[in-house]
Design a protein around this ligand. Structure first.
Ligand code: ATP
Ligand code: MG
Length: 284
């Protein structure tokens, strides 16, 4: 028995989905231009699909689990259940208008035509704001719609904003912030749930390791108390004596969010020879 996972066939989520599975220690060969493949060392079968179809396939149990953008999942309104946010594929569904259009708030869109590939999410947003506007659903190249006279504004996916800018548009409001998520069918068998748990355990260990760094430093023993006060560690920092008496080596784990702040404070507190090393997996 194998757990069946649906991932995007090609496109923005493909590389990160494959890398994440590989970092979970799952061997995948023959992943290019295939409909499906299997792993030799984990009971996983991978289906390659258009991202738009993944929520439906998971709802129908053609795939047990899938990797898809929250934007697509919410738009499709299927019963697939989110089990984990994956931290890649980050983008936002935003409203954008021509640079010369005056925009104060959502009410500036009253009576306007808005082009989007996300009619459901846009419709909900407009309804919440009490705005009547005409939604034009188009499946791609939404950003060109105002330029060719098809719409007055767009609701499109943005990450850097470069595409909007090149098309003479300005981003004015975020409707929905999105990232890739792992979804599951709601009625998996007990055995499949166990496989999913095993996979999730690995995914979480990989995610955690990416947010943390292993750090080693040397410190004179009389400064250790100040240095240790700055370091969290997984349980507590490790201290080993150096060959030179009066000195110690301190090992610890730092999270990305506080990393630079703490490094500076460590130097000020007398730490020397600080080494920072990536962590491959982190199991707590
Ligand atoms: P498919 O052929 O599978 O239907 P697609 O063209 O619909 O692909 P992509 O452009 O590859 O989709 O985007 C897939 C997902 O990547 C989006 O649904 C979104 O969740 C995420 N994403 C991240 N950044 C961006 C971005 N800047 N623009 C669009 N999508 C982004
Ligand atoms: Mg798509």
């Amino acid at each position: 028995m194998k757990l069946k996972i649906a991932i995007q066939k090609s496109g923005r989520l493909y590389d990160d989905s494959i890398s994440m599975l590989r970092e979970c220690g799952i061997d995948l060969r023959n992943v290019k231009d295939r409909l499906k493949t299997e792993s030799d060392n984990f009971p996983l079968e991978v289906f390659f699909l258009r991202d738009d179809d993944i929520p439906q396939y998971v709802e129908d149990a053609v795939a047990d689990i899938g990797i898809v953008g929250e934007n697509v999942l919410m738009e499709k309104d299927k019963s697939a259940e989110v089990v984990e946010q994956l931290g890649f594929g980050k983008c936002r569904l935003s409203l954008a208008v021509p640079r010369n259009m005056e925009f104060t708030d959502a009410s500036s869109l009253q009576g306007k035509r808005i082009a989007t590939s996300y009619p459901r999410l846009l419709g909900q947003y407009l309804q919440q704001k009490g705005i009547q506007a005409e939604i034009h659903e188009i499946s791609g190249s939404v950003e060109i719609a105002p330029g060719i006279g098809l719409a007055d504004a767009v609701a499109d996916l943005v990450s850097s904003g470069g595409t909007l800018f090149m098309n003479g548009l300005k981003e004015v409001e975020t409707i929905f912030a999105s990232q890739a998520v792992l979804v599951r069918n709601r009625k998996l068998s007990e055995e499949k749930i166990q496989l999913l748990e095993k996979l999730l355990f690995r995914i979480r260990a990989v995610k955690k390791s990416k947010r943390n760094k292993y750090i080693l430093l040397n410190a004179p023993n009389d400064k250790l108390h100040r240095i240790l006060a700055l370091l969290p560690g997984m349980k507590s920092p490790t201290i080993l004596p150096l060959a030179e008496s009066g000195w110690s080596s301190v090992h610890s784990v730092l999270s990305e969010d506080t990393f630079w702040d703490i490094i500076e404070q460590l130097k000020d507190a007398g730490a020397q020879g600080i080494l920072v090393i990536p962590i491959e997996k982190m199991i707590i």
